[in-house]
Design a protein around this ligand. Structure first.
Ligand SMILES: *Cc1c(COP(=O)(O)O)cnc(C)c1O
Length: 386
């Protein structure tokens, strides 16, 4: 063979028998078949083997199976990010003329997708009170196909009666999808509470280091799997095996990170709760968090995000100044990594409730809590909040 051919077609094979503790990163667009009659093009890799990089590689399949095992799912699929997973769930279960329900505390881009893109496709997505519980029954119509839960809700942290909602939905043959990102798929057992689909942004706790974007959708049964798989096949949501390998690495330390984050977050949130300028700390483990009773009933722990509402006497400009003055808290979206983060929601309103530009969300990282508290105290003083 010419050396130019050898560059592409080599007889070199590394010796077999290598074993390490690490999942190999197997990259692929093309997947090679042994003979023409083996060629197939389907997404059912969990059952039937590999066909094309888009539908899975051994690396992404291992991650999917590991998350599925933790969540007690029938099967799990990996997606490029949480928002992609949310889009896929809508596209798989809603068609023109259908109706879906989403809590008004849901992740902002979920609601934006619903209002803008899905509305244009003739799918009506109606916001509902996250604390409605079994009362969701009164909102279910003949054309309702999907009910979203997200518990706790984004920013305002309402904990939902997922069991009550699931029972009411199933009485009418409606599917329930849960955004289980806060719980990292481990602090809340989605399937034992009746949901049909549990999605989580691995971007947050499983990744755990603010350096990757990935998500999973786990499903309860074969009918849901079939719908998700056949639509996934059409929308081209490919994942990189490198990202999957990082997520697999993140899983190895998830337990110690979650324990530490829970403890540090409770320490910092408790200090903020005692501060005279603070009206409420919206943390699921605190009794004044809406839906706290469901957290007590259903969750095995809390994680690292919570929000603080400053008293109305505090000038919203002082709140912004406080956020800007913090040194150990970086200003940024997302959460679940090892760095402490802060972000102000200047225009956040919920039906019947205006937070007056005084709602701040925190993510606590792995820094020493006493240093974080010192930074909060210092920044409040400098911003004139007392
Ligand atoms: C971050 C987040 C998402 C979106 O995940 P990405 O991977 O960033 O697209 C979805 N739901 C919740 C609750 C989130 O916090």
């Amino acid at each position: 063979m010419h050396w130019k051919t050898k560059l592409i077609q080599s007889d070199v094979r590394p010796p077999e028998g290598f074993k390490s503790l690490v999942t190999p990163i197997q990259r692929a667009s093309t997947v090679v078949f042994s003979k023409q009659s083996d060629v197939s093009s389907n997404w059912r890799h969990a059952q039937e083997g590999y066909t094309y990089g888009l539908y899975g590689t051994p690396t992404s399949r291992e991650l999917a199976a590991r998350i599925g095992e933790l969540e007690g799912a029938y099967r799990t699929i990996v997606l490029p990010g949480g928002q992609a997973a949310i889009s896929l769930i809508y596209l798989a279960f809603c068609s023109a003329g259908d109706h879906a329900l989403v809590p008004y505390s849901a992740y902002g881009p979920n609601k934006e997708l619903a209002e803008n893109l899905l509305g244009r496709l003739g799918i009506e997505v109606e916001p509902y009170d996250p604390l409605i519980g079994a009362g969701i029954a009164s909102l279910i119509r003949d054309n309702t196909k999907l009910i979203w839960c997200e518990s706790p809700g984004s920013v305002t942290m309402e904990i939902q009666d997922v069991r009550g909602i699931s029972e009411a939905a199933h009485d009418r043959g409606v599917l329930v999808a849960l955004d289980n990102t806060y719980a990292a798929g481990v602090l809340f057992d989605a399937f034992s509470h009746g949901v049909d689909l549990s999605m989580q942004a691995l971007t947050k706790y499983v990744g755990g280091h603010s350096d990757l974007m990935l998500a999973t959708i786990s499903v309860a049964n074969d009918a849901v799997w079939e719908r998700i798989g056949t639509v996934h096949r059409l929308v081209g949501m490919a994942v990189s095996p490198d990202e999957c390998a990082l997520a697999l690495r993140g899983l190895q330390t998830l337990a110690v990170r979650m324990d530490r984050l829970q403890a540090s977050t409770l320490t910092v949130a408790s200090w903020l709760r005692e501060h005279p300028a603070v009206e409420t700390v919206l943390h699921p483990a605190f009794p004044d968090c809406p839906g706290h009773e469901y957290w007590l009933r259903d969750f095995s722990g809390s994680s690292s995000v919570f929000s603080v509402k400053f008293r109305d006497a505090v000038d919203p400009r002082a709140v912004e100044n406080f956020v800007d003055t913090l040194k150990l808290f970086s200003i940024g979206f997302s959460w679940g990594g090892v760095h402490s983060l802060v972000i102000l929601y200047p225009r956040l309103v919920r039906p019947g409730k205006d937070y007056g530009g005084r709602l701040v969300r925190f993510n606590i990282g792995l820094e020493e809590p006493a240093d974080l508290i010192g930074d909060l105290q210092d920044a409040m003083q400098k911003a004139g909040i007392s």
